[in-house]
Design a protein around this ligand. Structure first.
Ligand code: AVJ
Length: 319
């Protein structure tokens, strides 16, 4: 049997070019920074899957539990749906619960990591022969362009994993507003959002004992070394992650272990000893603060689910 994946190359982004431009711009900025979207080359996507299995990283496990428990509710409140669109689909594990609960006719996975997207959508197509599977490799952080032959009257967008946390609240509001505007009336958004909690629990999740998160963070430098003309040496940097309570976000940094000069694409950048390269923000919301954000973007907040410890939340928003 042929597994027909509709792969929408047309939507592809010029990755190499944007990595080059954004790295040069970020290294020249004060403080130095690079966008977390560049974590996800193949190795980075694999490391992220490993992070999700670490005992300290409660997010994935808890979200899966919430979705499994809420599947019946979700079917009642959000279903029936003809098309399911997943943003940041990664390994596409959690969406299986929704595919089984909602039984949509088609699925569109959108992710920035191309080969990861290909293999995970292929597995979905193999496991769900009744499902029409589409894949689009694109950076949806600026604009969500849907393939033309994916016109959908009853779409449900699934945005799991608290990936919305990578955006500042202002950017998150703009992204939600954009999603609201591209959805037809009645269209739904099911979104996973990590919650504020005691510092020790948050910081442990981003400083796992097996140091997978450290490897994930440092892999960004490896990627810069692999894909760009650069002499950057990851062993000269250290992983640093902490909760910035005033901003309600985990921050991840790569701290220069020594004073050093790094060359990228013919340009030289100086790092002082202890100077940091800011690689990620992961914002944490309360049930109330997220509902207010969604409401401000024009959505109708129809339902929220959480776990007994209120570690994580899933929200159903409707246009
Ligand atoms: C995919 C953005 C939700 O912020 O928890 C995991 C990425 N970074 N460990 C998160 C991540 C470090 C993750 N998100």
């Amino acid at each position: 049997m042929a597994l027909a994946i509709h792969f929408h190359d047309r939507l592809q982004q010029p990755h190499a070019a944007s990595l080059r431009e954004e790295t040069l711009r970020g290294f020249a900025a004060t403080p130095k920074q690079v966008s977390p979207k560049f974590f996800y080359d193949r190795r980075g996507s694999e490391l992220f899957e490993q992070i999700c299995q670490q005992p300290e990283y409660y997010l994935t496990r808890t979200e899966e539990r919430i979705l499994a428990d809420a599947a019946g509710d979700i079917r009642e409140i959000a279903g029936p749906r003809s098309d399911l669109i997943e943003l940041g689909s990664g390994a596409s594990r959690k969406v299986r619960l929704l595919l089984e609960a909602l039984h949509p006719a088609s699925y569109l996975g959108i992710d920035i990591s191309e080969d990861f997207l290909r293999s995970s959508t292929q597995r979905l197509a193999a496991d769900y022969p009744w499902l029409e599977v589409h894949a689009a490799c694109t950076d949806f952080s600026h604009e969500l362009a849907l393939p033309e032959d994916f016109a959908s009257e009853h779409p449900l967008v699934f945005f799991p994993g608290s990936s919305i946390g990578n955006f500042t609240p202002e950017e998150a509001a703009a992204l939600l507003r954009h999603l609201h505007d591209v959805l037809p009336v009645g269209g739904g958004l099911l979104i996973g959002v990590d919650l504020v909690k005691p510092r020790a629990v948050l910081e442990a999740a981003y400083n796992d004992r097996a140091q997978v998160t450290a490897a994930f963070n440092l892999n960004l430098l490896q990627r810069i070394g692999n894909e760009l003309d650069s002499d950057i040496d990851p062993s000269r940097f250290a992983h640093h992650a902490f909760f910035n309570e005033a901003e309600s976000r985990i921050e991840m940094h790569l701290v220069s272990r020594q004073a050093q000069d790094v060359t990228v694409e013919g340009r030289c950048f100086h790092f002082d000893a202890g100077e940091s390269l800011h690689t990620e923000n992961s914002y944490k919301y309360t049930l109330h603060s997220f509902a207010a954000l969604a409401d401000g973007a024009g959505f109708d907040c129809r339902a929220q689910w959480t776990d007994p410890r209120e570690l994580f939340s899933v929200h159903y928003l409707q246009r």
